[in-house]
Design a protein around this ligand. Structure first.
Ligand SMILES: CC(C)(COP(=O)(O)OP(=O)(O)OC[C@H]1O[C@@H](n2cnc3c(N)ncnc32)[C@H](O)[C@@H]1OP(=O)(O)O)[C@@H](O)C(=O)NCCC(=O)NCCS
Length: 334
């Protein structure tokens, strides 16, 4: 795969526990003619989290872009050159897409997303088969890891991923609500990060990461979290702030605003465990003020779970926990 002309998802070992899938199903990369049935299946893959954070609008836009001849030509050209940012795989039977799964390349890790099977075709091993070839693909692309995010309540998908060797790495709580109006406590004003300050802050955030996560998603000034694959839809604006004491960082927050979905995401990237609820509130306040000033309809605050020190802050903001997601990972080589 990659750099060649074939778009077949070949040489997949589905493991000894699975019956081989029916042979009339073709597993390959997305073609232009697949778009109508691909779209139908992809929409079925949108869960409560995607709806809560307005992601369905990004999916609609992505499909519209793929339908445009110019965008599609670019997409195919990049695929042919072996440098696509995203690989979209489909399972096709009699010209109809029955299932799909995509793979997006981050620096060290392949992120699996857009996994869905048509409701009428579930339980036939389609998702399992689409995903089973991904470790070999990731290895060929020099990525040692695969990762995906799944809603904690999605027991079916979690079972499929576990059988394929993915294990839970960490959980995130997603708080959603209208952006509150906030005043900043003057004694603790975060500094907006740009240029060299942003680079230094990224190094600090990287040092604060769990040792287990750091090799998969190294923090750089360009990327603070793998969750950015969800926040960073086209035209997303990004800003970062740092709270410090005696010249040392005590907290870093990053905010993303997507005009497409009218949603602002606030991601406290790292904070000192000793920070008070008041300081945590100060840390995220400029991010929320910025998102509000842009006219966002919705604010989404994402925190690793559990984060008990944030509870009073969340109560002040009137945000409610909408969903818990699980980051699942597996080695691409094992
Ligand atoms: C999660 C989802 C993608 C799974 O797709 P699928 O194609 O049905 O998955 P599979 O068929 O590979 O596996 C599902 C079940 O069928 C069973 N199965 C797999 N191959 C089979 C076969 N050849 N014969 C009989 N049963 C089979 C599996 O054992 C599994 O059963 P269990 O987990 O209930 O024990 C699908 O349910 C879906 O689209 N859900 C909505 C969207 C979604 O949740 N996406 C994931 C977002 S992270």
């Amino acid at each position: 795969m990659g750099g060649g002309t074939s778009d077949q998802l070949a040489s997949i070992d589905v493991g000894p526990c699975m019956k081989p899938p029916p042979s009339e199903i073709e597993y390959r990369e997305l073609r232009r003619a697949d778009l109508p049935s691909y779209e139908k299946v992809l929409y079925q893959g949108l869960g409560t989290l995607e709806h809560a954070i307005g992601l369905e609008r990004s999916v609609v836009t992505m499909i519209q872009s793929l339908r445009g001849r110019g965008f599609w030509t670019l997409f195919v050209l990049l695929r042919w050159l072996g440098v696509p940012i995203i690989r979209i795989f489909v399972a096709v039977e009699r010209g109809q897409v029955l299932g799909t799964a995509s793979l997006l390349w981050l620096r060290k890790t392949g992120v699996v997303l857009g996994v869905a099977t048509d409701a009428a075709a579930r339980g036939r091993g389609i998702a399992t088969h689409l995903l089973a070839g991904m470790p070999a693909l990731a290895q060929r692309k020099g990525r040692a890891w695969l990762a995906l995010d799944v809603a904690a309540e999605n027991a079916t998908a979690i079972r499929v991923y576990q059988r394929l060797g993915y294990t839970e790495s960490r959980r995130y709580a997603w708080y959603v609500g209208p952006p509150p109006e906030l005043a900043l406590a003057s004694e603790e004003t975060p500094t907006e990060l740009t240029g060299p300050k942003l680079r230094t802050a990224a190094i600090w955030v990287n040092d604060q990461q769990d040792a287990e996560i750091r090799p998969l998603f190294p923090v750089t000034e360009k990327s603070f979290s793998h969750l950015e694959v969800i926040f960073q839809v086209p035209r997303t604006q990004v800003k970062s702030w740092e709270l410090s004491a005696s010249g040392e960082p005590t907290g870093v927050v990053r905010a993303y605003y997507s005009p497409l979905t009218e949603t602002g995401f606030v991601l406290p990237a790292a904070w000192s465990p000793t920070l008070s609820a008041g300081s945590l509130q100060s840390l995220v306040t400029p991010a929320i003020q910025w998102i509000r000033s842009l006219g966002a309809a919705r604010l989404v605050l994402v925190l690793p779970e559990p984060s008990p020190s944030w509870e009073p802050v969340l109560a002040n903001f009137g945000l409610t926990k909408s969903e818990v997601s699980i980051l699942m990972v597996r080695s691409a080589t094992a």
